[in-house]
Design a protein around this ligand. Structure first.
Ligand SMILES: [Zn+2]
Length: 752
């Protein structure tokens, strides 16, 4: 009910500018006249991106393996640079030197009770012409695993999450001194060896379970899109969420030639125990060699074996050695100078490096980026003059852990703090619904753009399709909210792609966008993610690639040309209110859960349900969490809501005369607005991870890519650091009060 009350307020406030179908209303932040001009240029832009080019660009960029440091990675960077120049744009390459390990030796064998040697090899497939480029393919491995040589009994740990280890304790199973085998997914892969090491394991295997991305879901490659028995998911296991992403040897500064470098021993983000990814072909004999308790029902996959937990009797030998080389990453950067506000930057990026051929990840996003650049170059020749500076970036080294973008952000941190208004990221693209994530001050803006893009399959707007699909998928009260709220809620951003440095380290309002959801895929980070796969099983006619280029290009132009940057704080305040309520519910649920468990221990429930043939251990008794004082946060949210409404009213009333505003006044107002995301950061950063400075969004220490909203309070509660959580509530509330004051000042400059 309280959510409903907030929604009514928002609806009445948003109606004038965002009523669905009223697409000729002036754009937010534009006077009616400049809005008209803007719409004309945007229409011209959207006619330019061409599926034929998207297809040919993908064929070229994914023709050979192009991981960090490979010949074709450099070749691609130079080819992208040449395209940008051909489009008439000012472009250059920026190079950083980063630690990038590649495998020297990989051995995985079962030594007891039977002998088995893992293949660790993805075979070429005759029908797929790039799958046989053996000499250039990186072997299957997890980057930033340490060297190691361990032999130990095996334990199956489900997805390897903290709660899985709690369950193992109940089963009386310890992983101390063991090698664990975990399934991919449910958490970011680097969390699995991290949690395993915290519980005393000495090695970690991660396998692709057919139930998650193999034959259980659809036919396997090459007849279908799913992972075949030999397919392996490569990937980074850098502990970026507890430390920082980017080059492990130069945290916080750009990895330039003269940068001071840590030794590998000093680097905090390297994984602690050796870890290796394997196929389900290699995993099955190992899992079949386990006895001990049966795995809980929800842990079991669909291999034709009983899933036991262990430990042993399977004993495994894992030996890994890496080349610990410093390799170049080549970011390709375009700068289109702004005509009236060159010191306000709109930045857009997608990476170009891949684990192998990478047609889906990342080239299905890199090709649209190139088409956007071509289209912007065409408009510039026709006389379009963006008001603000536009920067396009094709990042290198995203796959090992955001190396190219993070080093660029760290090297340009001072300039970005002064000038960066918005960063827009994509990372690959597929067929289906429009998916929006980002800073909530941009929620209204990106909803507006989505209303102007046509969905290739239904011909309705991509917003309408996403809206109707949200109604279909919503449950209970949420459905009412989806129907009545003017804007679709956008996801908060965790990590896992190149927005991280911009949003979490500097505090640049960011968006992460893409289409997808209609096709299953089981080729992620394997040699089979290539042109053959993409053109048979994904956006085969590249119409969603065109839709992506249209969406992002429109967003970039609309942000670059607005008189007043189109941030909105009403949706933002509504979201922060929701997060504050979520935290209070999290604490209440925890209190209830522990109170209940303690009572059951008193009542003897565990003694009564104990099966002596399947022995389990009763859970430990715990202290019920204390109450925390959320009042400062609640009060700050009230202030924020008032300020947001005041600003929106002031902007709406001023809309018709925005073009008459003095350029100095506009500049000062936009500078304040640019600062609105910076105000949500704190120089000291989050507890124990100072690189992460945003107080509202961060990747979770134990989820990795998954976001934690109001992270210092949320993780304080989750990790039972209640005194810290209490203090963090006050710190977050202070930042929100400062945000409120900034929004009031922005409103005031419009009111006069
Ligand atoms: Zn990617």
């Amino acid at each position: 009910m309280r959510r409903f009350a907030a929604v009514v307020v928002i609806l009445t406030l948003l109606l004038p500018s965002t009523l669905f179908g009223a697409d000729q209303a002036a754009l937010v932040g534009y006077s009616p006249r400049s809005s008209q001009t803007e719409r004309e240029w945007e229409t011209k832009f959207r006619a330019i991106p061409d599926p034929t080019n998207l297809r040919e660009d993908m064929r070229r960029l994914s023709a050979r393996p192009h991981h960090v440091g490979s010949p074709y990675d450099k070749d691609n960077a130079e080819w992208i640079l040449a395209r940008f120049k051909e489009y008439g744009l000012d472009a250059h390459i920026e190079t950083f030197n980063v630690l990038f390990p590649t495998p020297k030796l990989r051995v995985l064998e079962m030594v007891e009770p039977t002998k088995f040697t893992a293949k660790l090899e993805e075979p070429a497939v005759a029908i797929d012409p790039t799958s046989n480029q053996k000499s250039e393919q990186l072997p299957t491995y997890n980057a930033y695993s340490p060297d190691g040589d361990v032999t130990a009994p095996l334990v199956f740990v489900n997805y390897g999450l903290p709660e899985d280890y709690e369950k193992l304790e109940r089963l009386g199973v310890s992983v101390k001194g063991a090698i664990v085998i975990a399934k991919y997914y449910e958490s970011w892969r680097g969390v699995k060896p991290k949690v395993a090491a915290e519980h005393g394991a000495i090695g970690c295997l991660i396998y692709s379970e057919p139930k998650d991305d193999g034959y259980t879901r659809d036919v396997v490659f090459p007849q279908g899109p799913m992972r075949n028995p030999d397919g392996v998911q490569r990937g980074s296991v850098m502990d970026f969420a507890s430390a920082s992403p980017g080059d492990p040897l130069t945290p916080g500064v750009g990895a330039t030639p003269d940068a001071k470098r840590l030794s590998r021993e000093e680097a905090k983000s390297l994984s602690k125990i050796p870890v290796l990814p394997i196929s389900y072909g290699d995993a099955q004999p190992l899992l079949a060699g386990l006895k001990g308790p049966l795995a809980p029902n929800e842990w079991r996959g669909t291999l034709p074996i009983p899933y036991h937990v262990g430990p042993g009797p399977a004993k495994v030998h894992l030996k890994l050695e890496f080349n610990w080389d410093i390799k170049p990453v080549n970011d390709v950067i375009v700068k289109i100078p702004g005509s009236e506000a060159p010191d306000e930057w709109i930045i857009r990026g997608n990476h170009h490096d891949a684990w192998v051929n990478g047609a889906e990840d990342p080239v299905s996003g890199t090709s649209p980026l190139l088409e956007e650049a071509r289209a912007l170059g065409t408009l510039l020749k026709q006389g379009w003059k963006p008001r603000r500076t536009i920067i396009y970036a094709a990042w290198d080294g995203e796959e090992p852990m955001l190396l190219g973008s993070t080093e660029w952000v760290e090297a340009h941190a001072d300039e970005l703090r002064q000038h960066a208004a918005v960063y827009i990221n994509t990372d690959g693209n597929d067929r289906g619904l429009f998916q929006m994530g980002g800073s909530h001050s941009l929620e209204q803006f990106i909803n507006g753009v989505a209303r102007d893009i046509e969905d290739p399959e239904t011909k309705m707007s991509v917003w309408e399709r996403a809206h109707l699909s949200a109604i279909a998928n919503a449950k209970g009260d949420d459905r009412k909210e989806v129907r009545q709220r003017a804007d679709l809620r956008i996801e908060a951003l965790g990590s896992g792609t190149d927005f991280t440095g911009f949003l979490d380290h500097i505090g640049v309002a960011s968006l992460n966008l893409g289409y997808g959801g209609e096709d299953e895929q089981g080729i992620y980070h394997s040699i089979y993610d290539d042109f053959y796969w993409y053109t048979h099983f994904s956006d085969t006619d590249f119409v969603y690639g065109r839709a992506l280029a249209q969406t992002i290009g429109t967003s970039v132009m609309r942000l670059a040309d607005a008189e007043v940057l189109p941030y909105d704080f009403v949706d933002f305040a509504d979201t922060v209110r929701k997060y504050s309520k979520d935290l209070q519910k999290l604490l209440a649920d925890k209190q209830e859960e522990i109170r209940e468990r303690n009572q059951e221990l008193d009542e003897g429930v565990f003694r009564a349900t104990f099966d002596p043939r399947r022995p389990t251990v009763a859970p430990p008794r715990e202290e019920v969490p204390p109450h925390l004082n959320f009042a400062p946060l609640e009060n700050a949210v009230e202030m924020l809501t008032k300020s947001a409404e005041r600003y929106q009213k002031a902007l709406t009333q001023k809309q018709s005369s925005l073009s008459d505003m003095q350029s100095d006044t506009l500049r000062a107002l936009n500078a304040k607005l640019i600062d609105s995301e910076r105000t949500l950061t704190n120089d000291d950063g989050l507890p124990r991870r100072p690189w992460y400075k945003h107080l509202l969004y961060a990747p979770g220490i134990y989820s990795g890519y998954g976001v934690k909203t109001i992270p210092s309070v949320r993780e304080g509660i989750e990790q039972k650091k209640y005194t810290e959580a209490d203090a963090e509530i006050t710190r977050v509330a202070k930042a929100l009060e400062a945000e409120s004051a900034l929004i009031d000042a922005a409103a005031q400059s419009l009111e006069h």
